[in-house]
Design a binder for this molecule. Structure first.
Ligand code: GDP
Length: 458
């Protein structure tokens, strides 16, 4: 890793505003030198002993004025978050005090940290790999406890160990292949292609499971999207409000009032589900409605599952048939909801033959438990991996994983049919791309992209 210009950085790690305490982090080779200039400990304990907490005063050295009375915790390298000398200064949570302490740190030699710079240093110092970095990022941005749990699992390092191991195994075969290609006359054993083919198949199978777990992880991290489809006035907006337990979508008896898609997240069991209310499906009355209907199609395409909403109090209309066709042709998990069960039912239930169907009254609040159960069932049947197995990847990591898989598939198909040097190229690509998944071969530009998503102070 590059040892270029390692300076000492400082940042406020807690949110802006007033609070009981704020935390300022300082990391880098001059951490304790800088603190010694401006922090006077209250007790007799020498500063800084490793992993100790000190109560004392931050002072302005020129005037002797006290900027704050605070706690300083010491984490000498390498056993710190960043792997460098690190200190955490817990100040009183007043923005004036915090900014004064920050100013003093900067004046005495620290530099204001950039977004994600502490975690970037942790990565560069080998404290965590890119999968763990991604887990930290997702943990900070998680909106539900299940998303947080998923991120915390990954911080345990098992996915990291898996990728490192798989990469080592491919590397091992690549080295042998290269050796036999480059030094054919030396006493190096010729490659047993049968054995290699078996090994590649095994590796590919394991990596495919990993990729499937990453797809599940992405679905859960983003929230499983479920689109509500139905003709205008079937009660989609009412159903959305009923599911959310509050008014989010506008409900009117005027057809075509939902002209755009609305998204809201709710929990079904342990899964975050994003319900998408769409514009009603029918021949558009005007240009704006036409755009709304286009968006409906897009939302339906992107959704994990569809809920068709039908007005049970009326006979089937041509517009309902459009919705039904859409449901049947989607190839996705589907639930047909017959709404308005509080009114006399006129719809012919036979048209839903073969579909999972249930009745609700969004207006009177009846049928939600059954609907939640049906959603839980389609999630359970969808082949999502269990929580403990799911993997979280960033965008660049997903692309790299796909490339690694594609390269291994080429190697798998080609072995026995292509020259060994072509095979070596495929294995080399798989090694390189897997290195991008866990960060062993990542380049500086990609790192910039990854860490700019972090907040300052992390
Ligand atoms: P959307 O166009 O599909 O979003 O339908 P809305 O949710 O705006 O509802 C259309 C009309 O049907 C409104 O007047 C609602 O009050 C009414 N409505 C919705 N759900 C029910 C229900 O379960 N029972 C009854 N009786 N009316 C409902």
């Amino acid at each position: 890793m590059s040892k270029l210009k390692i300076d000492t950085i400082a940042a406020v790690s807690t949110p802006a505003g007033r609070s009981a305490i704020s935390l300022i982090r300082v990391s880098g080779p001059d951490t304790f030198k800088i603190l010694k200039k401006m922090f006077i400990t209250g007790g007799k304990k020498t500063f800084p002993l490793p992993y100790s907490v000190y109560f004392g005063s931050v002072i302005e050295p020129e005037t002797g004025l006290v900027a704050d009375k605070c706690l300083v915790t010491t984490f000498p390298a390498p056993r710190s978050y960043t792997g460098e000398d690190l200190a955490e200064v817990s100040t009183h949570g007043n923005p004036l005090v915090v900014s004064r302490v920050m100013q003093l740190l900067l004046k005495h030699g620290a530099r204001a940290a950039e977004a994600g710079e502490f975690t970037r240093r942790a990565f560069l110092n080998g404290k965590m790999d890119l999968l763990e970095v991604e887990a930290v990022s997702q943990l900070l941005s998680a909106n539900t406890s299940s998303q947080a749990r998923l991120a915390l699992n990954q911080l345990d390092g098992l996915p990291s160990q898996f990728v490192a191991r798989i990469r080592d195994r491919i590397m091992h075969h690549l080295v042998q292949l290269e050796a036999s290609l480059n030094f054919p006359e030396d006493a190096i054993e010729a490659i047993d292609e049968h054995l290699l083919a078996r090994e590649i198949k095994k590796i590919l199978a394991e990596l495919e499971i990993f990729a499937r777990n990453a797809r599940s992880g992405a679905l859960v991290a983003d929230g499983l999207k479920i689109a509500l489809l139905g003709r205008p006035n079937s009660g989609k907006s009412s159903l959305m409000n009923y599911m959310l337990g509050r008014d989010r979508a506008i409900v009117t008896e005027i057809a075509g009032t939902t002209r755009d898609t609305l998204e809201e997240t709710l929990m079904v069991g342990e899964y975050p589900v994003k319900i998408i209310d769409t514009a009603g499906m029918r021949q558009p009355g005007d240009r704006i409605e036409a755009i709304g209907i286009e968006r409906t199609s897009k939302a339906a395409d992107e959704a994990f599952a569809l809920i068709g909403v039908f007005d049970g109090s009326q006979p089937v209309k041509a517009e309902d048939e459009i919705v039904l066709d859409r449901l049947r042709q989607s190839g996705k998990p589907v639930i047909a909801v017959l709404n308005k069960s509080d009114l006399p039912q006129q719809i012919n239930p036979e048209i839903f033959a073969g579909l999972r169907q249930l009745s609700v009254s969004a207006l009177k609040g009846q049928g939600l438990p059954e609907l939640q159960k049906a959603i839980s069932q389609i999630i359970a049947e969808s082949g999502l991996s269990g929580y403990e197995e799911m993997i979280l990847l960033g965008a660049q990591q997903s692309v790299a994983l796909d490339k690694a898989l594609a390269a291994l598939e080429r190697a798998d198909r080609g072995i026995g049919n292509i020259y060994q040097d072509m095979l070596a190229i495929d294995l080399e690509e798989a090694v390189r791309e897997l290195g991008r998944v866990n960060g062993e071969t990542v380049d500086v530009n990609t790192l910039d992209l990854i860490f700019e998503r972090f907040c300052i102070g992390k």
